[in-house]
Design a protein around this ligand. Sequence first.
Ligand code: ADP
Ligand code: MG
Length: 277
Amino acid sequence: MKSPVIDAGRLTLLLTELRLPATKAMWPQIAEQADKEGWPAARFLAALTEHELAERDRRRIERHLAEARLLPGKTLETFEFEALPMISKAQVMAVTAGDGWLDQGANLLMFGPPGGGKSHLASAIGLALIENGWRVLFTRTTDLVQKLQVARRELGLEAAINRLDRYHLLILDDLAYVAKDQAETSVLFELIGARYERRSMLITANQPFGEWGKIFPDPAMTLAAVDRLVHHATIFELNVESYRRRAAVEQKRKRGRPASYATPVNTAAADAPRQSN
Ligand code: ADP
Ligand code: MG
């Protein structure tokens, strides 16, 4: 270099060209500190590089959060594990690391009656996985099945299923509410077959597998799909009374209403048809 004078304008242009936004934003401040404190050149470069990388990670996670369509506000912090005596927080935290199951295409299956916390826990696990660097898509099973059926009509089912490969985890919420006709279930079973041992799924359902024969029309296909799903799977049974119902009862009790009001009968309407216990 001919002159020690730095052309800041040109440097800004170069950093834009190289797509280094954090470096572009931070170099004047860090350079000033480096000059003042007499940093070696390598330390200055390392500091900028660290900032650029951290910023890149942050933006990537932001993008992954936006694409995941998680349920707003459902986090592990707001999930009461005490309400689920059969599932430990430690077990769930191990799942959120992702290693050892997402890289092998293993599955997570959650069964339990309505209101037991399946959707909340599934979405919260999705959020934690994204924060740990994985890509996730949360979808109601019916919505995804509709989309895949449209894709098939347009002869693009395989491509649509392949596009879902970019998600390490596909969360299918409420499998049981998929309608029962053959066309709908066959796209679902194709998806399950395509992801088998490659890409993971987290499926929530009100009915355990034993009931699936009644949900789906083709017993042989159902058996094959169930077989693939459980082959490498962790199963969480959320057999608890509806959290909504318990919360409502608890609130009434706190407000000091007469005991007769604080029976589940008054709040049961908020929940879906099945009663637990
Ligand atoms: P499901 O999907 O099993 O029907 P949800 O996850 O929709 O149940 O839970 C119903 C409501 O109760 C949601 O608002 C959810 O956030 C809340 N909820 C359920 N279980 C818990 C829990 N253990 N801790 C905190 N909130 C819970
Ligand atoms: Mg649900």
